[in-house]
Design a protein around this ligand. Structure first.
Ligand code: HEM
Ligand code: NAG
Ligand code: NAG
Ligand code: NAG
Ligand code: NAG
Ligand code: NAG
Length: 247
């Protein structure tokens, strides 16, 4: 009796096996010269668009850095934060941590357009977010560095992952655990939290600590609030979360 003819699946498996023999192992590492031959000017193209954006929006650097953080913290730096909601994508943009909060997408689109016009189909959106964040730091007076590049873009989002980004109502133990889970230690946590030296936060996300922290009738003693004179405030009960009509 002769053996059964090979099926399509058998053929595919043999092909994949042979390809695996021919192609080098995929242990690609990021490096700072990833686009040296394919898009040598990518860093300056990104910086120029960020520089333009700063002219009309002084907050844009902070917003771009936060976009990179919210991208990287959920399934790695894969630009998944940029994917819009659709029948196949539950967008991270709609997560409670992100909705009405993350911003800068129009500038990312402008960067992408500029990069595509010089080097079509070469630079990943994940690398664009990385370069935009780095450029935002240096253009805001911080240090500059050659970012490691070569990230690949995700085709899927992780909205549940985005919903468990660190929250302002979460304690240090929990936040530390979230950083540990992605390979970041407490030094990294403290250093990266320094990003909050600029940008904006909505009042509703911290007002519970300003007027009547845990029912004490006073601000959270862990916050140094010497620029505000609380003795002058009219601390009626409804001020516990008072944001004076602002979000
Ligand atoms: C450690 C845990 C963190 C918590 C709990 C946290 C929380 C927040 C919150 C609540 C806001 C205000 C959002 C709003 O008002 O809509 C904010 C803004 C911001 N965060 Fe974080 N964050 C954390 C870590 C980080 C990290 C690691 C970075 C970047 C390295 C970062 C960069 C920023 C920036 C730049 C802003 C201002 C954004 C803007 O003005 O558009 N944050 N963060
Ligand atoms: C950078 O990484 C890419 C992709 O892995 C590789 O082709 C290139 O040779 C690397 N460059 C250096 C200088 O290691
Ligand atoms: C890269 O930028 C330099 C100067 O900024 C310019 O002279 C050169 O033409 C650019 N190269 C490409 C490929 O765009
Ligand atoms: C996101 O997409 C899903 C699947 O199509 C849909 O059920 C959901 O209503 C969408 N969310 C929003 C806010 O549009
Ligand atoms: C404090 O605010 C309450 C309610 O707005 C008001 O009735 C009261 O007169 C105020 N007290 C002082 C001392 O201003
Ligand atoms: C602070 O909160 C506590 C508990 O919710 C409440 O009993 C108290 O009246 C509040 N005090 C002020 C000054 O708002």
């Amino acid at each position: 009796m002769s053996p059964p003819p090979p099926t399509c699946t058998t053929f595919l498996l043999v092909t994949i096996f042979l390809l695996a023999m021919i192609l080098p192992p995929s242990n690609a590492q990021l490096n700072s010269t990833f686009y040296a031959t394919t898009c040598p000017n990518v860093s300056s193209i990104v910086s120029n668009v960020v520089q333009q954006a700063f002219l009309s929006d002084p907050r844009i650097g902070a917003s771009l850095i936060r976009l990179h953080f919210h991208d990287c913290f959920v399934n790695g730096c894969d630009a998944s934060v940029l994917l819009d909601n659709s029948s196949s994508i539950l967008s991270e943009k709609l997560a409670a941590t992100n909705v009405n909060s993350i911003r800068g997408f129009d500038v990312v689109d402008n960067i992408k357009t500029a990069v595509e016009s010089s080097c079509p189909g070469i630079v990943s959106c994940a690398d664009i977010l990385t370069l935009a964040a780095g450029s935002s730091v240096s253009q805001s007076g911080g240090p500059s560095w050659s970012a490691l590049l070569g990230r690949r873009d995700s085709l899927t989002a992780n909205q549940a992952g985005a919903n468990s980004l660190p929250s302002p109502f979460e304690g240090l133990t929990s936040i530390t655990a979230k950083f540990t889970a992605v390979g970041l230690n407490t030094n990294d946590l403290v250093a990266l939290s320094g990003a909050h030296t600029f940008g904006r936060a909505q009042c509703q996300l911290f007002s519970n600590r300003l007027y009547n922290f845990s029912g004490t009738g006073s601000p959270d003693p862990n916050i140094k609030l010497d620029i505000l004179d609380y003795s002058a405030a009219n601390m009626s009960a409804k001020w516990e979360w008072n944001c004076f009509g602002q979000p």
